[in-house]
Design a protein around this ligand. Structure first.
Ligand code: CP
Ligand code: NVA
Length: 315
């Protein structure tokens, strides 16, 4: 029997929308989902009759597929809605879309350019709204990230986690909040001008203060890599930033995760990346294809965590 800490009806726009206990419970449930899956129990008929609308303004492979499969395996159904094909693209306000969709479906998951769109969706829709990536955060990714770290490295509180690249990255923001909440140590190694969002950093520092964790921003990538258990990076040019490509690649090249950089980490370090990866930019082929790379397990855990999220907010 699975015990589910109910988050019924809750919005998850940020990791900060969860308490530490709720975050832990979502991770515990994700492990239970994975165990059931490997014991041949893929299908749980707990969302019978429930429908979730998935609104995507941007491309996606992992998020879209893991969410749709998760809903299917839980007995619910999903509606994939490309924002381009909704009346949103012709100017219908998001607040109107919210009040219409809540009359048809039981939840909304949205991937948006601007985090403000999510906030507005959540404000106007009475049903739960979940962030599937915005310019500020990617909480569903962070759930799979911390699950993967705990699965492979056990006690997160004893680990040094190092993120390299753009400190304002949506994935880095959510990871930083989740690690800090759970009492881990995270180094964000980033150049001047790419520091994390101030409010998110302030929040992460406050969580670390309460949990016994440690959060720091460092310029020197070697300082961050030294003795690290987890080496994490994300693309330098996020969706929507394509016109800044040249400058960003130049500014971030020093933070590339390559064989030299990882030689400073513990010998049994794990390499993580939310994917998609740009080989030759933020990571080299040698590192992502090395025995230390756990990116496929990390991607798989998107499914188990997605099931945990839907079971928690919709039951
Ligand atoms: N990691 C992740 O969110 O991947 P997608 O962009 O493919 O959904
Ligand atoms: N930072 C990347 C993450 C993709 C999953 C982006 O926003 O494009």
């Amino acid at each position: 029997m699975i015990s589910i800490k109910s988050l019924r009806g809750r919005d998850i726009l940020s990791i900060a929308d969860l308490s530490r206990d709720e975050l832990r419970s979502l991770i515990d449930l994700s492990f239970k989902m994975k165990e059931l899956y490997y014991n041949g129990i893929k299908f749980l008929n707990v969302l019978n009759g429930k429908t979730v609308a998935l609104i995507f303004e941007k491309h996606s492979t992992r998020t879209r597929v893991s969410l749709q499969v998760a809903l299917h395996q839980l007995g619910g159904s999903s509606l994939y809605l490309s924002a381009q094909e909704l009346q949103l693209a012709r100017g219908e306000p998001i607040k109107d879309t919210a009040r219409v969709l809540e009359r048809y479906v039981d939840g909304i998951v949205a991937r948006v350019y601007s985090h403000r769109s999510l906030v507005e969706l959540a404000e106007y829709a009475k049903i739960p709204v979940v962030n599937a990536l915005s310019d500020v955060e990617h909480p569903l990714q962070a759930l799979a990230d911390v699950m993967t770290i705990i699965e492979l490295k056990k006690d997160l509180k004893k680990l040094k986690i190092a993120f390299f690249g753009d400190g304002r990255d949506n994935v880095a923001h959510s990871l930083m909040l989740a690690v800090a909440m759970l009492g881990g140590t995270i180094y964000i190694s980033t150049p001047p001008g790419y520091d994390p969002d101030r409010e998110i950093l302030r929040n992460a520092l406050a969580y670390a203060n309460e949990s016994g964790g440690y959060v720091t921003v460092v310029r020197d990538p070697v300082e961050a890599a030294k003795g690290a258990d987890v080496i994490y990076t994300d693309v330098w040019v996020s969706m929507g930033q394509e016109n800044e490509r040249e400058k960003r690649v130049k500014d971030l090249m020093k933070y590339q995760v390559n064989t030299e950089l990882v030689s400073h980490a513990k010998s049994d370090y794990i390499f993580m990346h939310c994917l998609p990866a740009h080989r030759g930019e933020e990571v080299t082929e040698g590192v992502i294809e090395s025995k230390n790379s756990v990116v496929w397990i990390q991607a798989e855990n998107r499914l188990h965590t997605a099931k945990a999220v839907f079971a928690s907010i919709l039951i």
